[in-house]
Every structure is written in structure tokens, then in C-alpha cells.
Design a protein around this ligand. Sequence first.
Ligand code: SAH
Ligand code: SF4
Length: 357
Amino acid sequence: MNAKDLCPEELEQFVVSFGEKPYRASQIAKWIYRDNAISFAQMTNLSKEFRSSLDKNLLLNSTMSVAEEKISRDGTIKFLFELFDGKRIESVLIPDKTRMTLCISTQVGCAIGCTFCLTGRIGKIRNLRASEILDQYLMVNKRDTRRITNLVFMGMGEPLDNFDNTLRALKTFTNKDYIGLSPKKITVSTSGLIPRIRELGNQISINLSISLNAPDDELRNELMPINRRYPLKDLIEVSRNFPVPKRKSLTFEYVLIKGVNDSSDDARTLGKLLRGIRCKVNLIPFNEANPLPYHTPDTEQVANFQRILISYGINARIRKNRGRDIMGACGQLAANYPTSEVMKGRKKIRDHELRQS
Ligand code: SAH
Ligand code: SF4
């Protein structure tokens, strides 16, 4: 097992099981996450004996290597990582005027099968381990001298369908003795696994983004099969109660697809659905990708949709599309997996597909 697979509490339990004091866990964490230690022998503030037991029981290596790095005209960088078993994932670094946002993956592929998303076309290949979620950040951090300021769980996969490892990684990212990123700078995006949203809220306070993408159940059932299990009304109710950090609000994402969910009527229905909820809405013009059967709406249609939401008192913004030319924008991440297979009929999400693996 890799040391990075253990979240702070687990690492503490681990060191205690060797008869050591709990604070030794933070010392080890500093070596790993701050000093990029590659061996336990370097950890000179620990006894020699303890170092050699650690060495026998835990790995410290990086879980991935960079297979490819593509730079977009707009400065966005897409990393293709190869994992220990040859599986591949992608992470995207998005520099902005004031921010450096890293978008990370939680699974190889995705089981949810939204009709507008390339990752969904791959199907779920496997969950990432906590160490593999963390290593995307650590690898990019090492390769790029600019400091990563924001972290979004919006890459490949559904974070809450890999709940345990996502939570472990979140605890390591936010713990001050470990990576120590502010929870205010971290956003988890989900297609809406209601029980897991509740569970996440009981465990941690970070920003939550819900991918809505349709204003009513009929259309959402069509675009996001997960809606047949967890319908809109319940999803919005559970999201409202999520403990986002102080002075932050819930985000809803809405991919605008030409002629599918971008009409004035759709905007009004969405306006009514969200009226009175303290939230932001990010409108994402659909990113085209072969073989997805949809198109990007015209700029005017996007602006019209935004205007209508604003008239309902909703804070609606249009998300800039970064990294489209390198297939690094939302919904375009496929890590060179085949995506051309036509999905057979409507995909049903079965319980066993959503269980931890
Ligand atoms: N599985 C999670 C996180 C990854 S997807 C989720 O669905 O929320 C991240 C975001 O990309 C989601 O809001 C999703 O709706 C959006 N997205 C997927 N395909 C897209 C596409 N082709 N164009 C624009 N946005 C897309
Ligand atoms: Fe999975 Fe999110 Fe893509 Fe849907 S949008 S298929 S949940 S990655």
C-alpha cells in the first residue's frame, strides 16, 4: 500500500499500531507532502527502527508517470498520466489572471453515462486510489513552478461514485499538516448521487457543484440516466442543506446544448426551480467532441439564457471554455480510450455499478 492511500486519521492509527505517538503521522506527512521525500530513510526525525518498519510496510513512490502534455493556445495544459497498471487518466491545469486551477480525475472512465460527455462513453474502468487522486496534484505541482490555487474535482469520473477515496484525498488536501489547501478553494462536482451528497456533507465542508443540465425530470432523465434514480426535486433539497464553507454558495452547472436544453422556456423553468436558493449557476456552452451527437449554441442564445436567469434573481455566469483545442475542456476528457461505440438504448444505472470497487 502507498502511504498516500491513508488519510490523516488512518496514518495516525497506523503509526500508533507501531507503538509510536500520534504526532509522528504529521511528521511523516510533512516529509511526503512538503519535502517530496522519496524514501523513509530521509525522515531523520524518526527513529531508525521505526523508519525501517515503515519501509517494510508502506510505499512512497509516485503512482503515475506523465505520458503526454498538451498546451492549448489559451495556456491551458492537459496532462495524460499513465497509472501502474497501464490505465490512463487526464488532469487539466487552467491558468487565469488571478488563479491557477487544477482539474483532477477520480475514476478511469465513468459509469453514469451522461449522453453529452465523452468520459461517460468510456464506461467505468476503475476507481482511482486516494494516492492516485493526490498524485495528480503532486505531479503537476512538481512540473510547474506556478502555485496551484484552486482544485476542482471535475475531470474524468464521478467523485461520489468513488466516495471513500475521494473523501480520503479531500482530508489530505485540506489538513494543515498535510497539503493544507483551503476548503474554500476546493470544489467537488457531482451528477447527483443523493445519499453520498448527504454523507459527504456529514464528513467535510468544501464547495459543492451540482451538474443539473436540465430544468425538469423529463429532459434530465434523457440526458443524465442518474436522474431516474435521484430526481431533481430531491437533488435540490439535499444540495440546499450541504454545508458549503462560510461566505460561499452552492453552484449548479448547466451545459447548454443547442436545441436540446437552451430555449427561453427552459431558462424560465430553471429560473422557477432555483428561485430563492442561495446559489450560483455556471452556464457551460457545450463542448463538441466526436462522436457526441450535439452542438454548441450560438453566443446570442447563451446570452439570452443567462439574461432570463438573471431576471429571476439568479447569479448566472457563462463559463469560459478553456482548452477546447487540446480536447481539455469539460466533457472532452477521454485519455485516448475508445468512445466511438454507439450506446445501446438508454443506459440504466444499476446498484452494483455504483458500489465501491
Ligand atoms: N462527474 C462529475 C464531474 C465531472 S464532469 C459531474 O458530472 O459533475 C464535469 C462537468 O462537465 C459537469 O458539470 C458536466 O455536466 C460537464 N460536461 C460534461 N460533458 C460536457 C460537454 N461535452 N460540454 C460541456 N460540459 C460538459
Ligand atoms: Fe460521468 Fe460527469 Fe461525464 Fe456524467 S458528466 S458521464 S457523471 S463524468
